[in-house]
Design a protein around this ligand. Structure first.
Ligand SMILES: Cc1cc2nc3c(=O)[nH]c(=O)nc-3n(C[C@H](O)[C@H](O)[C@H](O)COP(=O)(O)O)c2cc1C
Length: 357
């Protein structure tokens, strides 16, 4: 089967075409990667490549409770333990850089951080915190120097990711976080070079992609996007398809390694129409990763038809650390996923899922 065949991802030789999708698990006490996380990732090193949980490039991006960062020496040392543990098991791992922007609550964030976004528009929803669900505040509108400063934070984090032993970096441009907040006219009503028309709304993301690619090499830099996604208060707008076509053309000319598309239709979002998936595939000649609701059979079908090059699995990796082996050997998958432990602390529901044998 194609799913279990090797694949060349830039300079990396993957042993199979299964990607572990990024999964925030909120085990990083003090925003610091730790030994428990190293164990969790090494248990899942059978994936062709793991995309880490969202990692904040700066304190301003730490919008959720107990998510990890990558801006201090201590965090670099912590991540080294994670990447070493994965590499020791023969796996590969990319760092997903996630800046939460307006999807941030002060209760979750360290002292001195600021909630910033392209425009002062709240996501208009509640967010989980360790003090229960809380309404999201109105963010501060980013000045032009905030924009440059934030992009510099991503560059530094990408370089620290290399120092920490990651095999590459994925910019989290999906699910309503800071980069997507620039893309959508609902969260971006700026009237400078970063808002208004399609080109301007895409500018922050394309500049970011260029700067990150230049700092670590374009063959190590990917991006995750979620056209038609509704996470984080995102919604449909008439120029949506055109926006993503412009974006993929820009990523194509930069030479980005991959686009990773999210389909959250299983989670209540509308299905990403084939039309936009096909248009992106046409504009972007390099690697396309698809994710969202995949089973082994559906994955094989999309690889065989050339719709995707790699397939990412999210939730199935939570309760099946040996997912690849189970699928390869037709062993049954665990089906007792426990959402109450998705973002809790400690080993329960995290590192205590057994392998099949
Ligand atoms: C607990 C949990 C945490 C997630 N965290 C992230 C994240 O940090 N970054 C991201 O891009 N997507 C995140 N996602 C979305 C997943 O990567 C994936 O797109 C989604 O679960 C759908 O794929 P699946 O049907 O294979 O689970 C998360 C999903 C879940 C269930």
């Amino acid at each position: 089967m194609l799913l279990f065949s090797p694949y060349q991802l830039g300079q990396l030789k993957l042993t199979n075409r299964i990607v572990m999708a990024p999964l925030t698990r909120s085990r990083a006490i003090g925003n610091q990667p730790n030994e428990l996380m190293a164990t969790y990732y090494s248990q899942r090193a059978g994936a062709g490549v793991i995309i880490s949980e969202g990692i904040a490039p700066s304190p301003n991006g730490l919008g959720y409770a107990r998510i990890p960062g990558l801006f201090s020496n201590e965090q670099v040392e912590g991540w080294k333990r994670v990447t070493n543990a994965v590499h020791n098991e023969g796996g590969k791992i990319f760092a997903q850089l996630m800046h939460t922007g307006r999807m941030s609550h002060p209760v979750n964030m360290p002292a001195g951080s600021t909630i910033i976004a392209p425009s002062a528009i709240s996501a208009g929803m509640e967010m989980r915190t360790d003090q229960g669900m809380q309404p999201l505040p109105v963010p501060e509108e980013m000045s032009l120097s905030d924009i440059t400063q934030t992009q510099t934070e991503y560059i530094k984090a990408a370089m620290l990711a290399m120092e920490a032993g990651f095999d590459g970096v994925e910019i989290h441009g999906a699910n309503g976080y800071l980069p997507e907040q620039f893309l959508s006219p609902y969260s971006n009503v700026r009237n400078d070079d970063y808002g208004g028309n399609i080109e301007n709304r895409c500018r922050f993301v394309l500049e970011l992609a260029e700067k990150v690619g230049q700092s670590i090499g374009f063959d190590r830099a990917g991006i995750r996007l979620s056209p038609y996604g509704v996470h984080g208060g995102m919604k449909y707008y008439p120029e949506l398809d055109e926006t993503y076509i412009h974006l993929s053309q820009g990523l194509e000319s930069l030479g980005h390694l991959y686009i990773h598309l999210v389909d959250h239709s299983g989670l209540g979002a509308p299905e990403v129409p084939w039309r936009i998936k096909t248009a992106i595939r046409k504009q972007f000649s390099r690697i396309l990763i698809l994710s969202g609701g995949y089973t082994k059979d559906k994955a094989e079908k999309d690889l065989a038809s050339g719709t995707a090059d790699l397939i990412a699995f999210g939730k199935p990796f939570i309760n099946n650390p040996d997912l690849v082996k189970r699928m390869e050997n037709n062993w049954p998958l665990s089906d007792n996923l426990d959402p109450s432990t998705f973002y809790s602390s400690g080993e329960k529901g995290y590192t205590d899922w057994p392998t099949f044998n």
